[in-house]
Ligand binder design. Structure first.
Ligand SMILES: *[C@@H]1O[C@H](CO)[C@@H](O)[C@H](O)[C@H]1NC(C)=O
Ligand SMILES: *[C@@H]1O[C@H](CO)[C@@H](O)[C@H](O)[C@H]1NC(C)=O
Ligand SMILES: *[C@@H]1O[C@H](CO)[C@@H](O)[C@H](O)[C@H]1NC(C)=O
Length: 457
């Protein structure tokens, strides 16, 4: 069965079953102020959880395989390579891990949109979408909907962003190298339409405007892509809310409302009935928080780069070659913080040193592997701490942020891995498992990233 078929057949059924069983009343708590509930995609409040719960091993392997696709995708953003990975195995849904509830249109239509810090775009599946698998937005039922044409400035903005004159001579299938949305050949017809890739999906959409409501904040005339067709299984079923900082991003479009500032607390996938939060704007952000500068890469404006300097295992700063973490705007190498990847990936020379020190601290305990994790133990072990040392900020991770334990408690793995061999981008990704139960503050005007521990309830 092709993934798209899997999607279209299972997800509506899933949605139906979830509704039929009744979501817990907690799931319908209205969002207040400028704060949105953030749900894990496997949360009981999510209509996108697998129909039969996966076993622990299955879910780990599932997340690892999703991560592989995501890393390939991030590396295409970084390196400007055209890679559309082929999905394989049992893949129910393969999109960013966290969703928020937003409404689009007048009267409002609710969409559970995925949040993705490494993307600028906002798009929602629209009525008639071919290959979409869940609830769609119906523009005909919204009095505030407006389809944008080529004459509109926003279309020009998209085409300015995505239309890369220097690659015009390349074949149609080549994805524009420095294009933020990775849109292929936007056509100028009556509507402003474009094609783009997202993970292993291709998406055809047209540019539109409508009121987007986030918690209690209406954002009138919000520009987004109305998805008409998709293939592959990376497209988030009810749309995407990109939290990148490039042109036409949420941050750019809500500049006066939120001043390019937001924070989130991502709930652990273990405590599935917890929900975290996404706080938009400067109000209510933590004051006591440690900061590291955000690095700007003009060529990859949607990615949040930070300066990771070193890693400490226990008390020892392990000996990682400086080149492993070096920021290079030209090649895209460096370290990003990403909400959509689950397990942190370090470039090979860095990972091996961290892992070896970790293993050394374990003494003679027998090492086993699980899927892509090569440092697992089936005996009780004393775990050293792990500290990420960023410029100006050390973050010592609680064990739950770098270990995963099997439900039966018999296996414990170091939940990090080397960047896959086929992704040669020099990119280190601080992933969401490492961020869970922390408040992560993106303060773009001051070009800094804040991190503080917080229980995401
Ligand atoms: C998008 O791709 C489809 C083929 O899948 C093609 O027919 C269409 O013209 C493309 N649209 C644009 C705007 O490039
Ligand atoms: C779910 O929530 C309840 C109360 O809200 C709490 O007592 C329980 O521990 C939670 N379960 C998990 C698995 O987090
Ligand atoms: C981080 O830890 C290192 C080594 O323990 C220390 O030298 C450095 O001052 C710390 N940095 C900050 C910003 O606290």
């Amino acid at each position: 069965m092709k993934p798209s078929h899997l999607h279209s057949s299972i997800l509506p059924l899933l949605f139906f079953l979830t509704l039929a069983h009744g979501l817990s009343p907690k799931c319908n708590t209205p969002d207040k102020g400028s704060t949105l509930q953030v749900l894990h995609v496997f949360s009981p409040c999510s209509p996108f959880r697998p129909p039969t719960p996966l076993s622990w091993e299955e879910s780990v392997l599932q997340m690892q395989s999703d991560d592989k696709t995501r890393l390939l995708y991030l590396s295409t953003l970084v390196a400007g390579k055209s890679v559309v990975p082929i999905a394989s195995g049992r893949q129910i849904i393969q999109s960013p891990t966290y969703i928020v509830r937003a409404t689009v249109g007048t009267p409002p239509q609710t969409m559970l949109m995925a949040v993705d810090t490494s993307n600028d775009a906002a798009w929602v599946p629209c009525t008639g979408c071919v290959g979409c698998s869940s609830a769609v937005f119906n523009p005909a039922k919204s009095t505030s909907f407006k389809s944008l044409g080529c004459q509109d400035a926003q279309c020009k903005q998209v085409t300015d962003i995505v239309y890369c004159p220097h690659i015009l001579n390349l074949p149609h299938t080549v994805i524009a190298a420095s294009c933020i949305f990775q849109v292929q050949n936007p056509t100028c017809g009556t509507t402003c339409s474009f094609n783009m890739t997202y993970g292993s999906s291709t998406i055809a959409a047209s540019l539109a405007q409508d009121t987007l409501k986030l918690a209690t904040d209406p954002v009138p005339s919000y520009t987004f892509g109305c998805v008409q067709k998709t293939t592959g299984n990376s497209m988030p079923p009810q749309g995407l809310l990109g939290l990148g900082r490039g042109p036409l991003s949420l941050l750019s479009q809500t500049q006066s409302l939120y001043q390019s500032t937001f924070s989130y607390c991502l709930p652990s996938f273990k405590s599935l009935n917890f929900s975290g939060s996404l706080k938009l704007g400067t109000k209510g952000q933590p004051l006591r928080i440690k900061y590291t500068p955000l690095l700007k890469n003009p060529r990859r404006s949607s990615l949040y780069y930070v300066n990771l300097l070193a890693i400490k295992v226990g008390r020892r700063i392990v000996n990682i070659p400086a080149s492993a973490f070096a920021f290079n705007p030209a090649t895209g190498a460096g370290t990003i913080i990403d909400s959509g990847t689950v397990f942190t990936r370090l470039v090979q020379p860095a990972y091996i040193v961290v892992r070896d020190e970790f293993r050394r601290r374990m003494g003679r305990a027998m090492v086993s592997s699980l899927g892509g994790f090569d440092t697992c133990y089936t005996v009780p072990v004393t775990i050293p701490t792990i500290t990420f040392m960023f410029a100006g900020m050390n973050v010592t991770l609680p064990q739950d942020n770098f270990l995963i334990h099997s439900t039966a408690g018999s296996t414990t793995c170091l939940a990090m891995a080397a960047a896959p061999d086929n992704v040669n981008s020099g990119l280190n990704v601080i992933a969401n498992l490492q961020q869970q139960n922390h408040r992560v503050l993106f303060d773009v005007p001051n070009s800094r990233l804040g991190v503080a521990r917080e229980l995401c309830t």
